[in-house]
Design a protein around this ligand. Structure first.
Ligand SMILES: *Cc1c(COP(=O)(O)O)cnc(C)c1O
Length: 371
């Protein structure tokens, strides 16, 4: 241990940094090729809404000024869209920022947080950085008939103890793409103590089939300990601008606001997000393209005799039935970047972001070749 590692606070000493997907330019540099495709970070293959891009550009001449720290216009528009009061909205530098704020405000070495196996990598990071105890619930088994690797909300409930301050659940979850039913969620929320904060991560909400979407407004009315996080990074295609938000009881929003940076969301991001929520056409097109892509993968995997985890997100996890790392490496040499998920304890899986039809075909052809 070097002296800076020793001096880091206990939770940070043994922390492993989040591993992002490999950038296209890096691989092109390494291989000396140019037609690399990246389906590794769940980005929207249609790109951002053009209206959102224009909105971001239109404020660029004013970036000598600080942004509106409260994000008044955007949070008002989000509140109206959700049918909640503006005081329920907290903006974040990506929804990742909101997860960090939760850790900062509610987690400490004396308490604990609960999340499931195979859930989003940021939860363990946030919990560990705070020095809190991570209580990891068993997920459904790999041979579960309906939701293999999915969140088992009963098992998650069982992990809650007197020290637990936060529970993280994702619907659908990343990297599995799995989901839970509305009544399962209701049953779970009705049992959790009302002083335990439940973070419901809905980064892929807009991709969900309508009948699986919980009623946001009703849930928030009913459960004052619920914090729902959403993002503009996924279906809205604004990952590079870093903007997300949460919806919760104003008492929770008030606490998060105390620990956020005064100007945590930037001016072009606020402008783009505001425009993006009004570009329903872009959202619908993105959702349909994704649904078709998920079907394309499901069909192809069945043809190839590969099992996969049913997904309602914009990615799908496929089981390559052997160590997925060499398969990932071979795909890189084909100019295709996907995501190995060994760090999630799923060493035989690759997580593939749904691209456009040609991109999906290219991944599938390359996958067939390297297998
Ligand atoms: C992508 C993702 C996020 C956060 O993305 P931001 O870009 O920080 O908004 C949060 N949760 C899950 C499950 C995700 O997959």
């Amino acid at each position: 241990m070097n002296k800076f590692q020793k001096n880091a606070v206990p939770g940070v000493q043994l922390l492993n940094a989040y591993q992002p997907g490999k950038p296209v330019e890096e691989l092109e540099r390494e291989l000396g090729i140019t037609n690399v495709i990246k389906l590794a970070s769940n980005e929207n293959p249609l790109g951002p809404s053009l209206i959102a891009v224009e909105a971001a550009q239109s404020v660029m001449a004013n970036v000598n000024y600080y942004p509106d720290g409260a994000g008044y216009k955007l949070s008002l528009a989000l509140a109206e869209k959700q049918g909640v009061d503006q005081s329920c909205i907290t903006l974040g530098n990506g929804s990742n920022d909101i997860l960090e704020l939760v850790g900062r405000a509610f987690l400490a070495p004396c308490n604990s947080a609960v999340y499931s196996e195979y859930s989003f990598a940021v939860y363990p990071l946030v919990v560990q950085a705070a020095g809190a105890e991570a209580r990891v619930a068993k997920a459904y088994e790999s041979d579960h008939p309906v939701m293999p690797y999915g969140h088992d909300l009963n098992a998650i409930y069982e992990q809650i103890t007197a020290t637990t301050r936060v529970v993280f659940i994702a619907n659908p979850n990343n990297p599995t793409g799995t989901w839970f039913e509305k009544d399962e969620l209701n049953h779970f929320l009705s049992r959790v103590d009302d002083d335990v904060l439940v973070v419901l991560d809905e980064a892929y909400f807009e991709y969900m089939p309508e009948d699986l979407k919980p009623d946001t407004q009703k849930l928030l009315q009913q459960y004052k300990n619920l914090l729902i996080t959403r993002t503009f990074s996924k279906i809205y295609g604004l990952a590079g601008l870093r903007i997300g938000y949460s919806i919760s009881h104003p008492d929770i929003a008030d606490i998060l606001n105390r620990v956020r940076q005064p100007f945590n969301t930037n001016m072009p991001a606020q402008a783009a997000a505001l425009a993006a929520i009004n570009d329903q056409d872009h959202v619908s097109k993105s959702a349909s393209l994704n649904a078709a892509g998920l079907q394309q993968y499901a069909n192809a995997f069945s043809d190839l005799g590969l099992s996969y985890i049913p997904s309602i997100a914009n990615f799908i996890a496929v089981n390559v039935k052997k160590d997925a790392m060499p398969v990932y490496d071979s795909l890189l040499r084909e100019g295709v970047i996907v995501r190995p998920v060994a760090s999630y304890n799923m060493p035989e899986f690759l997580r593939i972001t749904v691209g456009n039809e040609q991109q999906n075909s290219r991944v599938l052809k390359s996958l067939q070749k390297v297998l």
